[in-house]
Design a protein around this ligand. Structure first.
Ligand code: SF4
Length: 321
């Protein structure tokens, strides 16, 4: 995709999105102020360690969680101001693919029933037409029509994820949250699912938010990547720039863990000390400071500002202020 043409048309605008959960009368700040545009036809990768709030961003954006604060505009319409009924209509355009294809497919339903469920809920297709469309969807994701009468347990993990993708595509959406869709799969299958998602994007003009916990596979599908840490944005830029010239110490550490296929190239592994702090009591100033190899005095006192350090390359770190 050409970044410059894409960037003229934000399909979604996420503005200061916050999601806090109440835990033992305290606030768990899972998402603490995410602002990003997602452009029509692009894949925005959203990356960070487990517990950084990335899945909560995806789920809150499409109202699977109730937001604490902020706005999400889809084609200019604030999703958070829609009634349940209006949101139901909007769900034709906005879908999600889940991490664990086995848990997200009802084991008592046949593939036909699973993929046909959105048509039943929205009352869009019935009888023979519905059956034909289900066959088309199965072919689109690389499965056969004879799979229609089988149950989820009869399939491999990769095939189950294909069924989940077919279901997400049933209503011809424009935007799909891919919530760690490859994390539960074998490495050999991950590439197949990523390639399928790329093919479908081109055929159907889809826009993706692709959530992942490491940077290795995200590069191949994402036009841009947003890195998150403890509910906060730490870096955003084109995939190539993020890999070639990471700015933020956290991104550098994540990248140092990605294997390089060329044995001639050596990259020093940056091992972060300690665990991710609790989002109930995040560190003062920069939330990454307790693990940052480059932390300075100011980092404990002042929260770094999110700013464009190079063209289309944003980060929040005092090293660049
Ligand atoms: Fe490290 Fe300070 Fe930058 Fe935070 S602001 S990433 S602690 S150098």
């Amino acid at each position: 995709m050409n970044g410059n043409t894409l960037r003229k048309t934000p399909l979604l605008q996420v503005k200061n999105l916050k999601k806090y959960f109440n835990v033992n009368k305290k606030k768990l700040k899972a998402v603490d102020g995410i602002t990003v545009d997602i452009y029509a036809g692009e894949t925005l990768g959203l990356v960070g360690e487990s517990g950084c709030g990335k899945s909560t961003v995806g789920r809150t954006m499409i109202r699977l969680h109730t937001p604490t604060e902020g706005e999400v505009l889809y084609k200019g319409v604030n999703l958070f101001s829609l009634s349940e009924r209006e949101m139901m209509k909007m769900r034709r355009d906005i879908q999600i693919i889940f991490q664990d294809p086995y848990a997200s497919l009802n084991p008592r339903m046949t593939v036909e029933e699973i993929i046909g469920e959105p048509f039943a809920i929205h009352g869009t297709l019935h009888g023979k037409k519905k059956r034909e469309r289900i066959k088309e969807l199965l072919n689109l994701v690389g499965l056969q029509s004879e799979h229609m009468n089988r149950f989820p347990h009869e399939f491999s993990g990769g095939q189950r994820q294909r069924i989940g993708i077919a279901r997400a595509l049933a209503l011809e959406p424009r935007f799909i949250v891919c919530d760690e869709p490859i994390s539960a799969l074998d490495v050999s299958i991950q590439a197949q699912v990523v390639n399928l998602l790329k093919e479908l994007q081109q055929k159907m003009g889809l826009t993706y938010l692709f959530i992942a916990h490491d940077l290795s596979m995200v590069k191949y599908i994402s036009d841009r990547i947003l890195v998150m840490y403890l509910g906060n944005m730490v870096e955003l830029t084109d995939s190539a720039h993020l890999y070639d010239e990471p700015l933020h110490p956290y991104t550098k550490a994540l990248l140092s863990a990605v294997p390089i296929p060329d044995p001639e190239i050596k990259r020093e592994r940056i091992v972060l000390k300690g665990d991710v702090p609790s989002p109930i009591e995040p560190p003062s100033g920069c939330v990454f400071r307790t693990r940052c190899p480059e932390a300075m005095d100011i980092c404990a006192r002042v929260k770094p500002t999110w700013q464009e350090v190079k063209l289309d390359h944003y980060t929040a770190c005092h090293l660049y202020e």
